[in-house]
Design a protein around this ligand. Structure first.
Ligand code: OOG
Ligand code: MG
Length: 256
């Protein structure tokens, strides 16, 4: 079997069974970033063939805090499906995760397609709304350890997302205070400026990277801009809330 397809199957199965697998890159030194994106697509295609629907894209490793936490210093993107959506305020089953972490983010809702080299103004003209959000990341690799190629192949650790209320995208969201609370205790604080200096740059980068893969961001898509702080582990029974200044809060509970 084609080796990329084999990696895609292994990663898809690891995600489906919530069982960690070995890293690819240390065993296959020839494994390139371009091949890693092919594996990501092949693996997400398996999800789509099981009936999941594409709902947008996520950006990852767009903040220093995240880059430092995982030791990978390159922006990456991943694909989102409807099965990853967690209803705001709801309880989250832990069964589908290996070793989940949670991180505060900002999400864009698109009203027009976007692809290629675009200016921040053009990117914003395609945005319908913005919302406070959280991503639940869950590397399918043992010990949450990976190279850039590994994490891209693993759909950039994408596992779940929670979206708060949509608001007016014309507010200045370049430097909004963000607080992440677990069980009422503040565990991380940051600013939306942690996302490449301004979250709109993440949207600009998404348009470029998605186009490099021959795809585009569609009207109706969600775009997750990337983690604002380091991502703490998510333990059973925890209640997690993220509050973004002027945008509001978003919360969920991890089942005991
Ligand atoms: C990689 C995914 C990073 C983000 O927002 O930076 C990411 C990881 O930390 O496992 O989703
Ligand atoms: Mg993220």
């Amino acid at each position: 079997m084609d080796r990329l397809l084999r990696y895609a199957e292994t990663l898809d199965t690891a995600a489906r069974e919530a069982k960690a697998t070995a890293q690819v890159k240390p065993q296959d030194h020839a494994f390139t970033v371009a091949e890693a994106y092919q594996v990501q697509k092949l693996s997400v295609d398996r999800r789509l063939s099981r009936g999941e629907k594409r709902i947008g894209v996520k950006m990852g490793l767009t903040s220093r805090a995240k880059m430092q936490q995982v030791g990978v210093e390159e922006v990456a993107w991943g694909r989102l499906t409807d099965a990853m959506l967690v209803e705001e305020g709801s309880a989250l089953s832990r069964k589908r995760f290996v070793h989940p972490r949670v991180e505060p983010e900002i999400a864009f809702l698109m009203k027009a397609p976007l692809a290629g080299d675009v200016t921040p103004a053009a990117a914003m003209a395609a945005v319908e709304a913005i919302a406070p959000a959280m991503e639940i990341i869950d590397s399918r690799y043992e010990n949450f350890k990976f190279t850039l190629e590994d994490v891209i192949a693993d759909n950039t650790s994408s596992s779940g997302l929670v979206i708060g209320s949509w608001g007016d995208p014309r507010i200045d969201f370049s430097n909004l205070g963000v607080i992440l609370e677990i069980d009422g205790k503040v565990v991380e604080v940051g600013s939306s400026a942690a996302i490449l200096g301004n979250p709109v740059r993440s949207l600009v980068a998404a348009a470029r990277l998605v186009a490099e893969a021959g795809e585009r961001i569609e009207a109706g898509d969600l775009v997750m801009a990337g983690g604002i702080t380091a991502a703490p582990n998510l333990a059973p029974g925890q209640t997690v809330r993220s509050t973004v200044q002027n945008l509001g809060a978003v919360m969920f509970q991890a089942e005991a």
